[in-house]
Write a protein that binds this ligand. Structure first.
Ligand SMILES: NC(=O)C1=CN([C@@H]2O[C@H](COP(=O)(O)OP(=O)(O)OC[C@H]3O[C@@H](n4cnc5c(N)ncnc54)[C@H](O)[C@@H]3O)[C@@H](O)[C@H]2O)C=CC1
Ligand SMILES: O=C(O)C(=O)COP(=O)(O)O
Length: 546
C-alpha cells in the first residue's frame, strides 16, 4: 500500500484517481501548520502539493519514506529540488495543465489594468457614475514585451497579437525560430527591450537565476507611462522599487497575481492605499479555472501513481533524463558510462578533482539540448551515469541519477563535457578523471552487435568486456610477467575467462586486463603488487544487471 498525502486543495479529478487506486491509502490534510506538516509526512510514500506547501530540507528529512512529490501545477519553487534529489525523491509537476488559465489571467489583468476595470467597478458599486474619470489606454498598436517565451509567454503573445499589439520577447534560452514562428521579435538585451515596451509581462520560473531579475535598474529602464504585469512569481520583481516608480508616476500601472510573500502582509508596498488606483491585484488565481485545476490534478495524480508503481511516467523535474525514453542503443551507452565510472573509481587513487566526458559520434549529436531550469546542472545522461557509477563504488547503491551530479558538486569535482567527431569507432565515450596528482583515462564503445567494450585505458589500446570481475594491472613489459599472473591466479584457484593485453608504443610498460570467475584473495593481490615488475593491480566488480 502506498501512502499518499495531499496537502492542498486539488481538483476532484485527481483525488478520484487516488481514491480509486486499490494500492493507495489517501490522506488529504489541507492547511497544516509547519509542525503538523512535519508530523504528517513521517511515513508517506508520496506528497501532492500546489504552491502553498514549502518542501524544504527539514520537511524532507522527516519524510523518511517519501519517494515522489507531485506538484499539481507548474512552478516548483516551493520545493527544494536539490534536497529532494539528494534524498532520491522524484519531483513531478503538471506543466501543460494550466498554461491557458495563466494566459487568460494575464490577458484579463492586462485589459483590467489599461482600462482600470476594478477601479471603475468599485466606483460604480459605491454609487458613483464617473465616466470621464476612467479614461483608459488601448492595447492595439502598443508594444508588448514578453519576458520568458515559454508555454505561457507564447500563448500570451499569440493573443496579444490578435489584439493588434506589436510583440517582442526576451528569452535567451529559446530558439529564434520559435519566436519567428510566433511573429515575435526576439531581443537579447533585457534593459534595451524594457525601454521600448508599453506593456511588460513576465513569464519565467522563479530560480536562483531569475530571482530579482527585474530590480530598480530594470524598472527604471522602462518607458515612462508603461505598465508591468507579473502573473508568474513573486520574487522576480522588486515590489518596493515598483511601488516607488508607480508613486512617482513614472510607471502608469502594475498588475500582480503572485507576490514575494503570500499572502502579502498589510504593509506590502503594492497594497499601499495611495496606489490603489494604479494597481490590479489578484490572490494567485492564475491557475484557478475548473479546466486547469482538473487537468493539473489529473496529470499529477496519474504520474505520481505511475512513479510509485515503477511504471513509466512523465514530467519529472529533477530527473536529469528519463531512461525509459532513451533508445536501446543509448541505454547500452548509458550503462557503459556507469561502468566507466565504476572502473575510474577503482583505479583513481586520490579524491577526484576534475572529470571530462567526451561523446563522439552521431548517436550523441541529437541529445535533447533543452535547458532544464529546474536543475542546478545540465549534463548529458552519459555524464550523469558516469558520475553515478563513480560515486556508488564508495557511497553505495543509493547513489542515483538525481543525487550523483549533486555529489560531484558537493565534493568540488569539476565536470566538463565535450562532443566530437568519431574516428575509429562509430560512437565512443571518452572519460578522463584526475585527482590532482594523476589521472585515469578511458574510452569505450558499443559494437554493432550491441556488445560493450572498453577500448582504451590510460593510453593503452585494449579490448576489454566490462562485465563480471576484472583483474587489471600495469607492468614492465618483460618476459615472464604474464606467466606469473597465470601461476598466481591458478594457485589461488581463480579461473581466467578472458585475457586482454595492451601495449603503448614507445613505452616499456604494458597493461593487462583479465576477466576472472572468482575474487582474488587479498594476500594474493598484495603479493602480486609487491612484484618488482608490477606497477599497480586492482580488481573491479560490475554487479549483474548494470
Ligand atoms: N499565476 C499563476 O497561477 C501561475 C504562474 N505560473 C508561473 O509561470 C511560470 C512560467 O510557466 P510556463 O510558461 O509554463 O513555463 P515554461 O518553462 O514553459 O517557460 C518559462 C520560460 O522562461 C524562460 N526563461 C528562463 N529563465 C529566463 C531568464 N533568465 N530570462 C528570460 N527568460 C527565461 C525559459 O526559457 C522558458 O521559455 C511558471 O514557472 C510559474 O512560476 C504558472 C502557472 C500559473
Ligand atoms: O502552476 C503554477 O506555477 C501556479 O502558480 C499555480 O499555483 P497553484 O497551484 O494555484 O498554487
Amino acid at each position: 500500500m502506498f501512502k499518499v498525502l495531499v496537502t492542498e486543495n486539488i481538483h476532484e479529478a485527481g483525488v478520484a484517481l487516488f481514491s480509486a487506486a486499490p494500492d493507495v491509502k489517501l490522506e488529504q490534510k489541507v492547511g497544516l501548520s509547519r509542525a503538523e506538516l512535519l508530523e504528517a509526512v513521517a511515513d508517506v510514500d508520496a506528497l501532492v502539493t500546489r504552491s502553498g506547501t514549502p518542501l524544504d530540507g527539514e520537511i524532507l528529512d522527516h519524510a523518511r519514506s517519501l519517494r515522489v512529490v507531485g506538484r499539481a501545477g507548474v512552478g516548483v519553487d516551493n520545493i527544494d529540488l536539490a534536497e529532494a534529489s539528494r534524498r532520491g525523491v522524484v519531483v513531478i509537476n503538471a506543466p501543460t495543465g494550466n498554461t491557458l488559465a495563466a494566459t487568460e489571467q494575464t490577458l484579463a489583468l492586462m485589459l483590467a489594468l489599461v482600462r482600470r476595470l476594478p477601479q471603475a467597478h468599485a466606483s460604480l458599486t459605491a454609487g458613483q457614475w464617473r465616466r470621464k474619470d476612467f479614461m483608459g489606454r488601448q492595447l492595439h498598436g502598443k508594444k508588448l514585451l514578453v519576458v520568458g517565451l515559454g508555454r505561457i509567454g507564447s500563448q500570451v503573445s499569440i493573443r496579444a497579437r490578435a489584439f493588434g499589439m506589436d510583440v517582442s520577447a526576451y528569452d535567451p534560452y529559446i530558439a529564434p525560430a520559435r519566436a519567428e514562428k510566433l511573429g515575435v521579435a526576439l531581443l537579447d538585451d533585457l534593459q534595451g527591450a524594457l525601454s521600448l515596451a508599453d506593456v511588460v509581462t513576465i513569464h519565467v520560473p522563479l530560480t536562483d537565476e531569475t530571482r530579482g531579475m527585474i530590480g530598480l535598474r530594470e524598472l527604471k529602464s522602462m518607458k515612462a507611462g508603461a505598465y508591468f504585469i507579473n502573473c508568474a512569481r513573486g520574487g522576480l520583481v522588486d515590489e518596493e522599487a515598483l511601488a516607488a516608480l508607480l508613486r512617482e508616476g513614472r510607471l502608469a500601472g502594475a498588475a500582480f497575481d503572485a507576490f514575494s510573500v503570500e499572502p502579502p502582509t498589510a504593509d506590502h508596498p503594492l497594497l499601499a492605499p495611495d496606489l490603489r488606483d494604479r494597481v490590479v491585484l489578484t490572490p494567485h488565481i492564475g491557475a484557478n479555472t475548473q479546466e486547469a485545476q482538473s487537468a493539473v490534478a489529473e496529470i499529477a495524480a496519474t504520474n505520481v501513481l505511475a512513479a510509485l508503481r515503477g511504471e513509466p511516467y512523465e514530467h519529472a523535474v529533477n530527473l536529469p533524463f528519463m531512461e525509459s525514453l532513451l533508445t536501446g542503443r543509448k541505454r547500452r551507452y548509458l550503462s557503459l558510462a556507469r561502468k566507466l565510472g565504476i572502473l575510474a573509481a577503482n583505479l583513481l587513487s586520490g579524491a577526484p578533482r576534475q572529470v571530462t566526458v567526451t561523446l563522439r559520434g552521431s548517436l550523441f549529436s541529437d541529445e535533447d539540448e533543452r535547458v532544464r531550469f529546474e536543475l542546478p546542472y545540465r549534463y548529458s545522461p552519459y555524464t550523469v551515469s558516469f558520475l553515478k557509477g563513480f560515486f556508488e563504488v564508495h557511497q553505495g547503491p543509493e547513489v542515483n541519477y538525481m543525487s550523483a551530479p549533486l555529489l560531484a558538486e558537493d565534493r568540488g569535482l569539476s565536470v566538463d563535457e565535450a562532443k566530437g567527431e568519431a574516428t575509429t569507432y562509430n560512437n565512443l565515450i571518452e572519460v578522463r578523471v584526475s585527482d590532482g596528482d594523476g589521472d585515469v583515462s578511458m574510452s569505450a564503445t558499443v559494437t554493432e552487435e550491441g556488445k560493450q567494450r572498453v577500448v582504451g585505458l590510460n593510453g593503452y589500446w585494449i579490448d576489454l568486456v566490462p562485465e563480471g570481475r576484472l583483474f587489471l594491472f600495469s607492468n614492465h613489459d618483460r618476459p615472464g610477467v604474464i606467466g606469473k599472473v597465470g601461476t598466481m591466479l591458478g594457485e589461488a584457484r581463480v579461473n581466467i575467462a578472458n585475457f586482454a593485453l595492451g601495449r603503448r608504443n614507445g613505452s616499456g610498460l604494458a597493461l593487462g586486463a583479465l576477466q576472472i570467475d572468482h575474487d582474488v584473495p587479498v594476500d594474493v593481490l598484495e603479493r602480486f603488487r609487491a612484484d618488482p615488475d608490477v606497477l599497480w593491480a586492482e580488481t573491479v566488480v560490475f554487479a549483474e544487471g548494470i
